[in-house]
Design a protein around this ligand. Structure first.
Ligand SMILES: C[S@@+](CC[C@H](N)C(=O)[O-])C[C@H]1O[C@@H](n2cnc3c(N)ncnc32)[C@H](O)[C@@H]1O
Length: 399
């Protein structure tokens, strides 16, 4: 694929993260617009490489292969054979197809997938293993197959090629998990939506496997997600297997990102949890991400945190209950969080990923909503509040 050839690109995000991904792209000098489910732009292969390497909040980047109208299988076959499949697959490569058909004459997803695979083979030659699957991006660590996404809506067929491979969520550092881990791109979204830029101290007193503080350290050190895996080597991406992959261009994109990395975070980042096992998991993950020296890790309960000097940000993803009988304990935990904030963190910004307003209200900090999305199917929001500079023992700001 020539370097100058414009590609129609879409950074896929979880619902609610579209504007953040567009903002990240804009910061790279890319004019992208948020749309339902992601951010769209016309870009060059260089931008495609950079987006995959650098986007913190997106799940994957897809490239448009083509678009056409078809109401019969004959029309489908005729158009599908003219698509430039050869830019995205080499002969013998394994291919996966995800087909969804809505409000269209052609509604049989399996039959559409069969015609598409035949069209690819017609254009490219024999493929390796092929597979048609139902749409699902849950817990997907990727396979070696090239994924194509085929969508029929009102008889219009849109075909896109996945450019990422494994979801961008998986940076490669997180191999140890604690309870209810947060996806890496959601942890980054919590930080970016809150306005934390890596310039102020940060504390996560319920850090679990450390996803928020690790993503914070990556932001502070300007380590892009694609270089946050073991050994700092760029991870695999689907586009690296494409016939026109431009190795020299890619090397330049990687080298520029690597050159931006700062030697240290520059601000203290404290991560603690009452569960010693979680802290061990966080330690291993931070080490693989290359940011262990940037974190102060400690196994201790929320009430015992020792915040760094200065005014900073408490950013956390406290537990939220789904099981009956948990609510009383959780109310107490959120109330304790409020007491700790007022007692030890005057003037600090508090950022919570929260699923229940009734729990948030226990903190007794005035919160505003910065983001609304879903975590593991549960609607959640990111709320941001300010701990008053001086507070009375009752928790009310002093007059
Ligand atoms: C939802 S998990 C956090 C997950 C984390 N963001 C991650 O990505 O792994 C909540 C964490 O709060 C911790 N926790 C609950 N009560 C606590 C307390 N009183 N003090 C400190 N940690 C607590 C739990 O051990 C658990 O690891």
């Amino acid at each position: 694929m020539p370097r100058s050839q414009p590609l129609s690109l879409f950074a896929v995000t979880a619902p609610g993260l579209e504007a953040l991904a567009a903002r990240e792209l804009n910061a790279l000098g890319i004019v992208a617009t948020p749309e339902d489910g992601g951010a769209v732009w016309q870009g060059t292969p260089e931008q495609l490489y950079a987006a995959n390497l650098r986007l913190r909040t997106a799940s994957r980047v897809i490239a448009r292969v083509g678009e056409f109208r078809a109401r019969t299988f004959f029309e489908l076959e005729r158009h599908a054979r003219t698509l430039p499949w050869q830019h995205f697959v080499t002969p013998g490569r394994a291919v996966r197809l995800r087909v969804t058909c809505r409000k269209s004459k052609l509604y049989h997803e399996g039959a559409v997938a069969e015609r598409m695979l035949a069209a690819i083979e017609h254009r490219v030659g024999a493929l390796g293993a092929t597979e048609a699957e139902k749409w699902s991006d849950d817990e997907e660590e990727g396979t070696d197959a090239q994924l194509f996404i085929v969508r029929f809506l009102h008889d219009r067929c849109t075909v896109s090629a996945d450019t990422s491979g494994a979801l961008l969520t998986y940076r490669g550092y997180r191999q140890a998990l604690a309870k209810a881990p947060l996806r890496e791109n959601l942890a980054a979204a919590v930080l970016l939506a809150s306005g934390w830029t890596g310039q102020a101290p940060l504390v996560d007193p319920m850090c679990g496997a450390g996803t928020i503080p690790i993503e914070a350290a990556l932001i502070a050190r300007r380590i892009v997600p694609g270089l946050a895996g073991p050994g700092g080597e760029p991870r695999r991406y689907a586009f690296r297997e494409w016939p026109g992959f431009d190795r020299a261009l890619w090397t330049g994109v990687v080298q520029r990102a690597a050159a931006e990395i700062l030697p240290a975070a520059g601000v203290p980042i404290h991560a603690s949890d009452r569960d010693a096992g979680a802290i061990e998991a966080a330690r291993g993950n931070a080490e693989r991400a290359g940011v262990l020296p940037d974190l102060q890790l400690a196994a201790r309960p929320l009430s015992a945190i020792e915040p760094p000097p200065g005014v900073g940000w408490l950013v956390s993803n406290p537990p939220y209950g789904v099981r009956v009988g948990e609510s009383e304990a959780l109310r107490n935990l959120y109330a304790a969080l409020g007491r700790v904030a007022r007692g030890k963190l005057p003037g600090w910004t508090v950022v919570l990923l929260s699923a229940e307003r009734s729990l948030e209200s226990q903190v007794k900090v005035r919160f505003t909503e910065a983001l609304r999305t879903r975590n593991g199917g549960i609607p959640v929001r990111v709320v941001v509040g300010q701990v008053p500079e001086t507070v009375s023992a009752s928790g009310r700001p002093r007059a």
